[in-house]
Design a protein around this ligand. Structure first.
Ligand code: AP5
Ligand code: ZN
Length: 213
């Protein structure tokens, strides 16, 4: 099964990706998380990606496509995938289509719809576990103990690109670059849209129904 999760920054892709992948028996991958992993390891790609991500703009297609294709082509991911945050440009969508055409292509694209005001509230209040990357929210889904991950007791932090001014740029870039890619998949019969402004569990149920239906 090959599934793509699309939606603006803060729509809930990361919140839903792992449980959806678990249900399908595949792995989930977030291109943003792959870049943050490179940053933590201080690789050349990590330093390059940081210079774009801190401004809220996209990392160039060439290095992004190469990194995600390496993940997809790793034999441990041969059962399929849930892609979170890739593709975001036409060039990325074309590269993905070409890469997996012989396997039957993408099975389902799930687009999570959330209003801009809600995105800003979510991103500016988000906290992430440094250890397991689980997202929390100061008001909407706070941890049981302040500053500590419920799952692994890791430290919670705010992403540099979740500051208000960078959030505005990320939403603008998404509208310019990625909305047309959503329309590209919408024109095919594989895209399903879900209302992302419900409770987390209800969004998950709607996404599962969209994937199986
Ligand atoms: P990336 O890390 O992918 O960020 P993003 O797409 O901006 O998405 P987010 O992780 O911010 O949001 P999300 O939809 O996962 O929401 P979440 O579940 O956390 O990318 C970062 C950067 O990397 C990009 O800006 C770019 O520079 C670069 N990059 C990445 N991929 C690239 C690519 N393909 N090409 C080029 N550059 C690329 O939820 C958000 C908050 O809301 C959380 O606090 C959560 O608890 C809360 N929440 C979630 N669901 C609900 C709900 N139903 N109700 C209430 N609160 C909720
Ligand atoms: Zn954790």
């Amino acid at each position: 099964m090959r599934v793509i999760l699309m939606g603006p920054p803060g729509s809930g892709k990361g919140t839903q990706a792992t449980s959806i992948a678990d249900d399908l028996g595949v792995d989930a991958v977030s291109s943003g998380e792959l870049f943050r992993d490179h940053q933590r390891r201080d690789t050349e790609l990590g330093r390059l990606a940081r210079s774009y991500m801190d401004q809220g703009v996209y990392v160039p297609d060439g290095v992004t496509i190469k990194m995600v294709m390496e993940w997809i082509n790793d034999p441990v991911h041969s059962a399929g995938f849930v892609l979170d945050g890739f593709p975001r440009t036409h060039a990325q969508a074309e590269a993905l289509d070409a890469e997996i055409k012989s396997l039957g292509g993408v099975d389902r694209v799930v687009f999570i719809k959330v209003s801009e005001d809600e995105l800003i509230r979510r991103l500016t209040g988000r906290l992430i576990c440094r250890n397991c990357q689980t997202p929390y929210h100061l008001l909407f889904s706070p941890p049981a103990t302040k500053g500590m991950c419920d799952k692994c007791e890791g430290e919670l932090y705010q992403r540099d690109d979740d500051k208000a001014d960078v959030v505005t740029t990320r939403i603008q870039i998404y509208n310019q670059e990625t909305e047309p890619v959503v329309d590209y998949y919408r024109r095919s019969s594989i895209l399903r849209e879900v209302d992302g402004e419900q409770a987390v569990e209800d969004v998950g149920k709607a996404m599962n129904a969209a994937i199986s239906g």
